[in-house]
Design a protein around this ligand. Sequence first.
Ligand SMILES: O=C(CO)[C@H](O)[C@H](O)COP(=O)(O)O
Length: 224
Amino acid sequence: MLAKKIAAEAAVEFVQSGMTVGLGTGSTAYYAIHKIAERVKEGLHIRTVASSRQSEELALQLGIPVVPLSGIQEIDVSIDGADEVDANYNLIKGGGGALLREKILAAHSKQFVVIADESKQVDRLGKFPLPVEIVPFAFNLTLLKLKALGCEPVVRIADGNTFISDNGNYIVDCAFGTIEDPAALEQQINAIPGVVENGLFTGMASAVIIGYEDGTTRRTDITR
Ligand SMILES: O=C(CO)[C@H](O)[C@H](O)COP(=O)(O)O
């Protein structure tokens, strides 16, 4: 898809030799990883950390150096996709089930560059059901608490089985409808025992690059 590819490739311009780079997950991040691999072949000297096993495998296959997070103090730039981007550059992420590792990377990145095609732009978040990672223990009770916040939680199924995240947890997709206060909801969900993390990324993006099917991109730098 052209829009995803050009947004991803524009984001790779943030990457310079000597940097530690966070690799996102998903079909847009896929293009960024491919572009990074091209630049590594041309002599770009970087190390990367991955937000999922899938992205780590792809990076290694393409010859990109991947190091464990345990050896890292800080990430210079992370590049990742999103399921929704609102007018204030808050995000819903986790469609690929990698939200926990993605949020850890974003939180430790000097720059968090979000890449998306135009279809991901919304005025208000909430059409895309919010992914929430929960521990399997007593998951039915955790679902009740999520429901009490006003959503319809559905445990994610993949290929006929309960989807298990890279961290051994369940992902619950929570249809809230329009989310009035994303920052407050992000905190409320994380306060539920059993919740590991949720896919609301509020106030985290430092740049957003939107790709359009007409071949253009729009980059917004966000100062906080
Ligand atoms: O958060 C994510 C994975 O957990 C992805 O970034 C998000 O789902 C967007 O994916 P895609 O680029 O395939 O549309």
